[in-house]
Structures are given as structure tokens and as C-alpha cells.
Design a protein around this ligand. Sequence first.
Ligand code: GAP
Length: 560
Amino acid sequence: MESQDILSLCRRRGFLWPAYDIYGGLAGFYDYGPLGASLKHNIETQWRKLYVFEEGMQELVCPLIAPEPVFKASGHLDAFADMYVECRGCGESNRADHLAEGLAENPAALSEEELGRVLEEHGVKCPVCGGDITAPRRFNLMFKTTVGAGSSKSGYMRPETAQGMFVNFSQIYRHGREKLPVGAVQLGRAFRNEISPRQGLVRLREFHQMEAEIFFHPERKTWPRYNAVKDRTLPLVPDGGVAAELSLSDAVSSKTIANEALAYFMWLTHRFALDVGLDPKRLRLRQHERNEMAHYALDCWDLEAETTYGWIELVGIADRGCYDVQAHLKHSGADLTAFERFDEPKEVVREAVTPKFDVMGKLFKGDTKALAGKLSEMMPDAVRGRDEVVVEVDEKKFASPSSCYDIVTSTEKVSGEKFVPHVIEPSYGVDRILYAVLEHAYHEEDDYVTLSLKSSVAPIKVGVFPLMAKDGLEVTAKELSESLSSDGIHAHYDESGSIGRRYARMDEVGTPCCVTVDYQTIEDGTVTVRNRDTKEQVRIGKDEVVPTVRGIVEGGNIEA
Ligand code: GAP
């Protein structure tokens, strides 16, 4: 099987196809057709079931466009960039690190200069026309836009749904009755101006994410349901270690996984993957290498699936520390802290830099007040043991000797503490998951294609056919189809072509079962139910069709 087999099936049967096809297409953009939209919706529903219903997280829907300060704070404006090279001949742009794959250990971690050197040393040429390439240049991946007319402000299409949740921490915390841990989720579009989108749904410029941001007390990173699953095992590939099936508790106690909460959400991610029908033998959780991880991340794992493109990342699960909330707190000035009340008020010893106005007055005259204010804001450790500190006021620098201040210790009673929460983030890419689901479900034998989709995600749940479109068989079949539809089950009525062709059409789009009305139905009121995977047929009464199909859909199996 090739990825082209899947993509051509997708186009032929209305799952998805490249967008703006009639104008020659636009790389990195896809349309979902009726079956694809339905499959996507069903995958999202499985996710929502876990995160919103079972784990009780708050669902948010935030704008797709955000103002510049949001991405200044998050670091995207300065650092969300890839390096590209341009062909001097045909003008084609390519990711510089992709061209250096296999030529250096981790090309994505190299600097502009290092990458340039590797490409030059190996004489790398344009992969399209073989022409000479430029030196690598940085390219920010966010789509920029303007908001409003006239002297409009810069805005950016969000490159992840996550920021909407970080900036809303106070709302989430308040809505969660000011208790931690608390989780928020968001499903929606994300935009990245990828340099060379390729591999179908794997690298898109507009794609769909399902992200959860779960906020913790920094010293208590566990989750209420961790104990219930701690003996379950996961297929782990630790950084620098060997691949192994490890229980969650063994992985945490051996420090393979940083903490219980991260282990729990890795388990939940793996469970979700099985719920949507991914093949457990083609899944693994791979830990990021140290130089692959964001500098602020405390630990990071990817759920990867084996596909015809190789192992691809479907989900990233990271302990991001306090980086995100801290960044927005600093840039916006908003109080994005959590507060924890102690059981009993506690006595705490505090140190503070205390200016000595009498000494300072003689030295700094009219600047004393402003200077003293600056000094008292300094952390004691920043001045301790130093002969003098340099303080800047209104762009003027003052050398303030240690005789100008003391470090004063005092004892206070406090009822609780304020802190910046830490975040654990499972971030799912819907399009990649959908593609992997299709690949893992795809079976071809003697040119006969069956998509063995889990019933829970299959776009059509049941095909309903009259053996012949005559003698009243079609009337009964239509009635059955309507009663299934009015019960909320997606049924597909089809009377055209041979019955074999109709079964084949349903098998090819992953419909778990088919109900056929035949001449025996007229005699004894029974119909056949055919199982997509075994192709076996059993007879049941007409009245049993709705509950039987409902059982198949809800049970996730297709035993007819
Ligand atoms: N908030 C963290 C974040 O966005 P990420 O690893 O950049 O992390 C998360 O993205 C997931 O989104 C990936 O695991 C992948 O499934 C999906 N994804 C990222 N970039 C994508 C792209 N260009 N096209 C399709 N899916 C993408």
C-alpha cells in the first residue's frame, strides 16, 4: 500500500481532496468532503468524550486571530521560525533542515550558520531542478494580517489553539472554583505558513488541533484518576534508552516519565488512539531528545504512528512548566497566579532590600526617592555580598554603595501562597490522526478494498439495501433506513447496481454493516445483516434492526 492509494480513495469516495483544485490548488490546504467531515467529526467526538465528559475539562472557543502582544509574550514572534533555502534556478523553497536530513545528527537543532556549513560541505542542490541553493534564512511561520481599517493593528492567525487558554487562565481558574488541577480544552483550526508542505495531511498550512492545557500546583503534578490506571502499560521509547512496555508507575518511579500527571495524559492519549481504531502494534510514545525539546519544557513525549510516510507525530504531550502563564503574566501585567490557602496560617521569614534614606540623601540628593524605590524592588540575592549595585533611573545609571541599604529580615503570618501554575499539555493534530486512522484501517486483497474503521468513527454506520428495487422490497428498505436515521444512526440507502457492488462500495468507505431486504423478508419479516470484516450474514427480524445496529455503533464492534 502507498499513501497515494489512500489519497486516491479519499478523493474518489469524498473523504478529502486538495483545496481550490479548479484553480490548480494551493499547497498545504485540503477540503474535507462529506465522508471526511463526518469521520473528522466522529474522531473529535471521541476526544471530547474523554476530555470534556470523563475528565471534566472546560471547553473554550477562542478567536483564530490574536493581536501581536500575545505572540510577543508567547515567543512565537521571535522564535517560531524554520530555516529555508531558495533555489537560484527555479526559485523553489525548501526546509533547510529537511535537506540536511542524514547529513547531520539533528539538523533541526542546528543554527543558521551550522546548517549552511552542512549543506555546503555536502554540496546539496535543489531537490526539484538540481540548481544551486541560497544560504539558509529564517522564516517566521505565522500568517500575519491587519485588524481594522486605516492605521490598523497587526494581528496573526493563531499557530496553535493553546494561547487562547493560557491568556484565559484567570477565567478557567475562577470557573473551576479556584482549585487545581484544572483543565481547559479547545478544538479548532491552527495556521502555519509551512515552507514546503508535503505528505498530504501530515504538513498542512491550515489544520485542526485538539489541545488540553491542564494547570497544576508546581509540586503536585498528579491527576485524580492516575491510581486507577497506574498498572497499565505503555509502549515507550525513552530518550537514550531502549523501547519497552512499561507500567505507568514503573515509568514514573524510574524517572523515565517526569511525573504522574504526564504519565496519566500519555495513557489517556494512547487510550484515545485505540478508541479511534489505530493499530496498537503501530503506535509508540517517543520521548524528545534533550536538544529537540523546547528549552522550557521539563519533559516531552510524542505519540507516533507508523505509516507509509514512516513514524509520524500525531500528538505531543509536554510538561511546559510555568513558561506560558509566566510569559503572559509578565507581558500583560494581569494577575495570572493561583492562590493556595494553607490549612493553618504559617509564619514565614521574609528578606527585603531596605534603602537607608539618610545615607542616600547625602549622596543622591533629588534622585534619592526614585533610586530608593528601585532598590527596594530588588531581590536580596541580587545585592547580597556586593560592594555596590548599579541602578538605572530615567536612563541614568547610579552606582549605589552597600552603605545605602540593608537586607532586613522580618517574620510575617500568611494565610496562603500565590504561585504561577505549571501546565501539562497534550496537543493533538486531528488531520494527522485522521490520516493514520485511514491507513491503519486500509486492507486490500485482490483489488478489493476494505476500510476496517471502528464503528464509533465510521462516517456511515449502516448501508440499507433492497435486493431488487421492486416488488415492495424498496419500500421496506426505505422505511428501515428512515427509522435508523430518525434514531440518530447515519444510514445510507442504496438501490443501484448489483448487491455485490453495493456491499463493495460500503466496505470501501468503512461502513461496519449492511442490512438487506430480500424476498424472504416478505415471507417472514426477517432481513440479513452483513458484517463488513467477516462478510458473514445473519438473519434478524425487521424490528430488531434499530437496536442491533445501535449495539454495533455503541459497542464499537461489528458482530452482526
Ligand atoms: N501547542 C503545542 C503544539 O502546537 P505541535 O507539536 O507544534 O505542538 C501539535 O503541534 C500537533 O499538531 C502535532 O502533533 C501534529 O499532529 C499537529 N500539527 C502540527 N503542525 C502541523 C501541520 N503543519 N500540519 C498538520 N498537523 C500539524
